[in-house]
Design a protein around this ligand. Structure first.
Ligand SMILES: [Zn+2]
Length: 373
C-alpha cells in the first residue's frame, strides 16, 4: 500500500537564478493565457473544443516563432495545459468560476512532472546533484534546505514562488504510514451546523461557550453602532469597541482552532476531511454565516500542516453525496438541509446526519489512501 504526500522545502536561488525562474514563470503564464484565449476564440467561432493536443501543436508553432519559449524546460511548459484543463473541469463541475487570465500575482508555480534520472540514467530537467543540491542544466545548482528527510519515490516537483522566497514541493510516493491502517486511529471529520465538528469515531466538538458569548457581545455592539450617528463622538467610541471585540473573537477562535487541530493531529494517524468548496457554500446564504464564522478553511489548513508536522496523513475527499449516502449500505437517501437524521430506507440504519456523513468521509478517505501500485 502506498500513499502520495507533498513535502515542501525552501530553496535558495541566487539573484541570477531568481531572474531566470521568474522569466520561466512568466513564459508559463503567457502560454496559459494564450491557450485560454485560443480556446475561447475557437469556441466562439465554431463551438468546437480546443483540446490539450491542439494546445501542444500550437505550442510547437509558437516555439518556432518565439524562440525564447525554448528557454523553459518543455515539461513544465506543457504541464500548463493540464492546469488549464483542470481549471475547466472544475468550472464544469460548478466548483469554481470560469477560468480567468492569470496575472503575475496569481501565477506562482511550475510543475516538473518527472524528477531525477530516467531508466537510461539521463537526468530529467530537474534532479539532485551528488552533494544534494537541485540541478537544472540552465539554472545550475540551487541550494536547498532539507530540514527533514525526503522519503519515498519522487513523483513530481513543483517550484513555487512565495513573495521573495522560493520553495521546492516534492510529491513523493511511499508506503502507507501504519503497516495496516488502524481504523480506530483514522477519522473522518464533518463540519457540523450545530456542532463545530463531528468525528467518525463518535466524538463531537462544540464551539467553546466563551467564544459564543463573545460573538454575541460583538453582534450587539455592531447593532448599536449601526444606530449611532456617523462621525459623532459616540460613534467613534463604538467603532473602537467593535474593533476591539472583533480582534478578541478572532484571537480566541484562532486559539481554539489551534488547540483542536493540534489535538487531532496528535491523536490520529489518518485524518480525512471534505474538500469543501467555500465559494459554493458562501453562495448558500443559510450556510454561509455558520461556515465563515467557524473558519473552516483556516481549520483545514491548520490540520494539514500539523498532520504533516507530526507524520500523519491528511486526506481531502470530494464532498459529493457524503451527507446523502448511507454509511452502512451505500444507498442514496436524499434529504434536505433541515433533515438532521439519516434514516436508510434500505437497511434501516438510523444515524445523526453529520455522523453518517463523517463515516462516509472516512470511507472515501481510506479508499483514496489505498492507492495501489
Ligand atoms: Zn443503508
Amino acid at each position: 500500500m502506498t500513499m502520495l504526500l507533498n513535502q515542501k522545502y525552501e530553496i535558495y536561488p541566487t539573484g541570477e537564478q531568481k531572474q531566470l525562474l521568474d522569466r520561466w514563470l512568466q513564459y508559463c503564464r503567457q502560454t496559459y493565457n494564450s491557450a485560454l484565449l485560443d480556446k475561447q476564440r475557437k469556441y466562439h467561432q465554431s463551438k468546437e473544443s480546443y483540446t490539450r493536443e491542439d494546445m501542444q501543436k500550437q505550442l510547437k508553432l509558437d516555439k518556432k516563432k518565439y524562440p525564447f519559449l525554448k528557454e523553459v524546460p518543455s515539461q513544465p511548459l506543457q504541464e500548463v495545459f493540464l492546469r488549464l484543463k483542470k481549471a475547466f473541469d472544475s468550472f464544469f463541475r460548478k466548483d469554481t468560476k470560469y477560468p480567468k487570465l492569470k496575472t503575475y500575482k496569481d501565477y506562482n508555480s511550475m510543475t516538473f512532472p518527472q524528477f531525477g534520472f530516467n531508466n537510461k540514467g539521463h537526468r530529467y530537467a530537474m534532479s539532485f546533484t551528488d552533494s544534494g543540491k537541485l540541478y537544472n542544466k540552465k539554472l545550475g545548482e540551487i541550494s536547498i534546505l532539507l530540514h527533514r528527510p525526503l522519503e519515498g519515490t519522487i513523483k513530481q516537483l513543483i517550484l513555487k514562488r512565495q513573495g521573495e522566497k522560493w520553495y521546492a514541493i516534492f510529491c513523493v510516493e511511499r508506503q502507507a504510514l501504519p503497516l495496516s491502517i488502524d481504523q480506530t486511529n483514522a477519522i473522518g471529520i464533518d463540519v457540523g451546523l450545530n456542532k463545530y465538528v463531528v468525528l467518525s469515531n463518535g466524538l463531537e466538538y462544540e464551539n467553546p461557550r466563551f467564544l459564543r458569548k463573545k460573538e454575541k457581545q460583538l453582534k450587539k455592539a455592531q447593532c448599536k453602532l449601526s444606530k449611532r450617528k456617523k462621525g459623532s463622538a459616540n460613534y467613534i467610541k463604538q467603532v473602537q469597541l467593535v474593533r476591539k471585540l472583533h480582534e478578541k473573537v478572532a484571537n480566541q477562535r484562532r486559539d481554539f482552532l489551534h488547540k483542536l487541530s493540534y489535538n487531532f493531529s496528535k491523536s490520529y494517524s489518518v485524518i480525512t476531511v471534505e474538500n469543501l468548496n467555500i465559494r459554493n457554500m458562501v453562495r448558500n446564504r443559510k450556510l454561509s454565516k455558520s461556515i465563515s464564522d467557524a473558519g473552516w478553511g483556516v481549520f483545514r489548513n491548520m490540520l494539514a500542516y500539523k498532520c504533516e508536522k507530526y507524520g500523519g496523513a491528511f486526506i481531502k475527499v470530494e464532498p459529493h453525496y457524503t451527507s446523502q449516502d448511507c454509511s452502512s449500505c451505500g444507498e442514496r437517501v436524499k434529504k434536505s438541509l433541515s433533515i438532521r437524521t439519516h434514516i436508510c430506507t434500505k437497511c434501516t440504519t438510523v444515524l445523526d446526519r453529520d455522523y453518517n456523513a463523517s463515516l462516509n468521509i472516512l470511507k472515501k478517505g481510506l479508499e483514496q489512501l489505498l492507492v495501489t501500485n
